[in-house]
Design a protein around this ligand. Structure first.
Ligand code: FES
Length: 176
């Protein structure tokens, strides 16, 4: 028992356990306050980050122009699927013959109804979702099926052409 008391006094030499300034009680109170302040700061920090993501969802993800295709290698009606660095799936189709970026469409290939993959139908000039017969015009606006009933659309990606090559502007951060 005496050994335990010596250990306690050695740890708190200015007045013994629980008594006076610098005592065990003061130490525990200070440690508790520091822990509480740290916990509150972490909570408010997390809240601020979540609020920022809610208020500025698009601004939090950097975007970059990525090579997409050699324009001469696609003829009108051709299409393919492109996967962005962040993992999103994009349906790319050639619909014109002018020789600029306006000849091409690049829309999310993920149906906004339940997430099936849409594909370009050149003979119908539309994107089609086989899961529930959802259809979308070349701008991505739903024209029939459940997506049209819900007023949904396929997000469109910006394109640009440089020296015969086609580029797409996509988010490069992780999909959250
Ligand atoms: S998942 Fe595309 S129409 Fe239902």
């Amino acid at each position: 028992m005496a050994d335990d008391e010596r250990v306690g006094q050695a740890a708190f030499p200015q007045g013994g356990a629980g008594a006076g300034p610098g005592g065990r009680r003061d130490f525990l109170a200070t440690a508790g306050s520091v822990a509480m302040a740290t916990s509150l700061a972490a909570s408010y920090g997390t809240l601020a980050v979540l609020a920022g993501r809610f208020l500025y969802p698009a601004g939090s993800s950097p975007a970059a122009w990525m090579f997409l295709a050699d324009m001469a290698g696609m003829k009108p009606g051709d299409s393919f699927l492109y996967r962005t660095p962040a993992g999103a799936s994009v349906a790319v189709a050639r619909v014109g013959t002018r020789g600029d970026a306006g000849d091409f469409l690049a829309l999310s290939s993920t149906c906004p109804h339940l997430g099936c993959q849409v594909h370009w139908e050149p003979h119908n000039n539309r994107f089609f979702c086989p899961c529930h017969n959802g259809t979308f015009d070349p701008t991505g606006k739903a024209t029939s099926g459940p997506p049209a009933a819900a007023g949904q659309s396929l997000p469109r990606y910006p394109l640009k052409a440089e020296k015969g090559l086609l580029y797409i502007l996509v988010p490069v951060g992780a999909v959250s």
